[in-house]
Design a protein around this ligand. Structure first.
Ligand code: GLC
Length: 449
């Protein structure tokens, strides 16, 4: 075949056009890198927030964006997610894409690169219509049960299938359909966003009820670590931080950022002591519960905690309360990417105590900004942070282990070893360049299926 492979990258988010989480970052970046090698276009729903702007391409690239316009489910709704009928909305998104493929709307498509449950019905629909020249890869960004898109059997009406399918027949037994499961069983290749998570999801502990099914697909299951976009995340060029810096002047650079941030936030932090940050959704996956316990134990030590995030109301309230009672704890209950960058540039460490973490992007950003990640050894965190070399890694999901690690890190703060670690972290390479090559290998495998 002389022409380039034609790939459609299908997702429910695409940063900077629509971003809710890390999925958006991946969808907004990876296709730009793949564009050098394959003929790739993106496909997302036409949401209300982009109705008027509708950028033709991913900004700063020539990757075309195709918008799927189903007003009833997308452009008439204020939010991206959060509706009771979300699985129905995205099933309709899948159907529309398959209809368009059948009509030849996208030209001759070789590969559909699907992402998460929102796109997971596509493989079974292609089978239903007897289309076998379009291959599918499903990338799982989060297997958690809340992200599988389960819904009552009513969802079958939207799919409008012509035949019975064995994978649906047994899924029906519990009176619910699990879109992600359908994707796992019907896609040609299944991938996830780190090698360790690809292993973990085969176990009961991390498999969210789907581990036995993933086991069936073990030979077609791959783990590729995400990357980050250094044209956005780099302290040398980031316009949202107070002072730019690089590996040779980070000490002055970070101190200036720290001072300005303390001033802007009107907080009583002391620049002689470390600032440990946390930037994430406030929910169990992210380990906020063990972090709160650890902060309670360490509240009299010379460690300052700066947190940014929104999420479960219980955690938000608890953090607000800790805020008012402790000078060394400051929690900002907000989703604010600009403030997040300022924190990456100012803090000494970023705590990521996740219960599970498919890839995680914040540890990679933190390293680039010379902020040492303190992470639990799971998923992509395990694959990207090396204990005592580029950050601190602890094994067990426990407040005790986290507390010990925070104490250990503090004892090392501002020593020669700490500086060496910052050096290692800032020079680590998590660019998409490497990871995109691994996706190309999978695309080429698909070509041969
Ligand atoms: C999800 C995962 C996160 C991953 C991101 C992008 O948000 O929780 O670990 O980095 O998807 O793949």
């Amino acid at each position: 075949m002389n022409r380039k492979l034609k790939v459609l990258f299908v997702s429910s988010e695409l940063t900077p056009i629509v971003k809710v989480g890390g999925l958006g970052d991946v969808a907004g970046t990876l296709p730009k890198y793949l564009k050098n090698y394959v003929d790739i276009e993106s496909v997302i729903p036409l949401y209300k927030s982009i109705l008027t702007s509708k950028p033709e391409t991913i900004p700063n690239s020539d990757v075309k964006i195709n918008y799927i316009d189903i007003p009833e489910y997308f452009s008439s709704r204020d939010n991206i997610y959060g509706y009771q009928d979300d699985p129905i909305r995205f099933a309709a998104f899948c159907r529309e894409i398959v209809d368009k493929i059948c009509e030849g709307y996208f030209g001759e498509v070789d590969i559909l690169h699907l992402n998460d449950s929102h796109t997971s019905f596509i493989p079974i629909m292609l089978k239903d219509r007897g289309i076998d020249n379009v291959k599918t890869i499903l990338t799982i960004h989060n297997l958690g049960s809340a992200y599988q898109g389960r819904y009552s059997l009513d969802i079958l009406d939207i799919l409008k299938l012509n035949r019975t399918h064995i994978t649906l027949e047994f899924d029906k037994a519990d009176k619910e359909i699990d879109p992600l499961l359908q994707g796992i069983l019907n896609a040609d290749i299944v991938s996830t966003v780190s090698p360790t998570y690809a292993q973990e999801i085969l176990t009961k502990e991390y498999g969210s009820g789907l581990n036995d099914f993933l086991e069936l697909r073990k030979n077609e299951l791959f783990g590729i670590l995400n990357g980050i976009d250094y044209s956005i995340f780099s302290p040398e060029i980031d316009k949202t931080i107070y002072t730019n810096y690089n590996i040779s002047n980070y000490k002055i650079g970070k101190l200036e950022n720290k001072k300005k941030l303390i001033e802007e936030l009107h907080i009583n932090f002391n620049t002689d002591y470390p600032i440990y940050s946390f930037i994430a959704r406030l929910d169990y996956q992210k380990g906020i519960d063990i972090l709160i316990s650890a902060m309670k134990t360490l509240k009299d030590k010379n460690i300052q905690f700066l947190l940014l995030g929104t999420g479960a109301k219980d955690f938000e309230n608890e953090l607000q309360e800790m805020n008012s009672q402790n000078n060394n704890i400051f929690a900002i209950i907000d989703f604010d990417p600009i403030l997040a960058n300022k924190i990456y540039a100012s803090a000494d460490a970023l705590i990521i105590p996740s219960k599970y973490e498919p890839s995680g992007l914040t540890q990679m950003i933190a390293m680039k900004y010379g902020t040492l990640p303190i992470v639990r050894s799971t998923g992509g965190l395990k694959d990207s942070v090396f204990n005592m070399k580029t950050g601190f890694v602890f094994e067990n999901y426990s407040a005790l282990d986290l507390t010990d690690t925070l104490k250990e890190a503090s004892a090392m703060y501002n020593t020669g070893q700490w500086d060496q670690m910052i050096h290692n972290a800032m020079s680590a390479d998590f660019s998409w360049h490497k990871s995109s090559q691994k996706y190309l290998v999978l695309y080429n495998k698909l070509k041969k299926v």
